[in-house]
Design a protein around this ligand. Structure first.
Ligand code: HEM
Length: 240
């Protein structure tokens, strides 16, 4: 097994990923603290009370949530403006799918994770998976949800923010609030799987390390992202 390392993430994309993760978690925790309603307390009243006492009241908590949300969105707008090519390549990678092999990959992965390799054999399936590109189908689904969800969350957040200044009509705010909560809930469900797959699952440990070092071992790339590995290997061969 070769230990040669292959470049996977640039420093800037690593920074953007961890900045995004920090903002998501901080926005999620402050957002949960803003829900203070006796009939709708997703984690109990203790959390909103704790957040409000930490931030010196509900108004301050709301301001922190709103301005952090704007900093988060502005950083991504800046990234898109300064790195249009990288943004395009990322979106192209994430939104390009091969339904036939991706669905087989998805089904086999779920069976493998729930029933193990023996379970796959029960259904007359071999444990080998259809080859994947830079991201596997599961990573693509979550990346799609976080890009589209992020846009919806920012748009509904902006509507709520500006309507308190310019609008007298409560309807857009009520709709935006509902869509904001639902979208956060959906992306958060995906995030739990993302964190499990990325940080806890042993098989993906090299990908987790690459989010700090920017590199993965060649054998990992070959085994988990064969289509991407073939591209990189082909390019290196052509260059030498
Ligand atoms: C806080 C815990 C998190 C951990 C441990 C984590 C871990 C990782 C790792 C290891 C990768 C690289 C996968 C690879 O190279 O194959 C990755 C990629 C990615 N993560 Fe996370 N992540 C976290 C939070 C988030 C959050 C909050 C979001 C968005 C809501 C997110 C969205 C993404 C996206 C879109 C990618 C693919 C794009 C890229 O490579 O930067 N992650 N994550």
């Amino acid at each position: 097994m070769s230990d040669t390392m292959i470049h996977r993430h640039t420093r800037l994309s690593i920074f953007m990923h961890w900045f995004n993760a920090f903002c998501w978690i901080a926005l999620f925790l402050t957002g949960l603290g803003l829900i203070k309603n006796d009939q709708l307390n997703p984690v109990g009243a203790w959390w909103p009370n704790l957040m409000r006492s930490l931030f010196g009241g509900g108004e301050n908590l709301l301001a922190v949530h709103q301005y952090l949300g704007m900093v988060w969105a502005a950083a991504f707008v800046l990234y898109v403006l300064l790195k249009p090519r990288d943004t395009w390549l990322f979106l192209k990678e994430v939104f390009t799918m091969s339904p036939a092999s991706d669905l087989v990959w998805f089904m086999k992965m779920n069976l493998k994770m729930t029933l193990g390799k023996k379970g796959l054999r029960k259904f007359n399936m071999t444990p080998d998976m259809p080859p994947q590109g830079f991201y596997n189908f599961g990573q693509k689904l979550f990346a799609q949800a976080s890009v589209l969800g992020g846009i919806v969350i920012v748009a509904t957040g902006m509507i709520m923010f500006f309507s308190t200044i310019f609008l007298n009509n409560p309807d857009p705010v009520a709709w935006s609030r509902t869509i904001h909560y639902l979208t956060v809930g959906l992306v958060f469900a995906g995030l739990l799987v993302h964190i499990y797959m990325a940080a806890i699952s042993k098989e993906e440990r090299p990908a987790f390390m690459s989010m700090f070092t920017g590199q993965v071992p060649q054998h990992y790339a070959k085994h988990h992202h064969q289509l991407w590995y073939d591209q990189v290997a082909g390019k290196n061969k052509a260059e030498s």
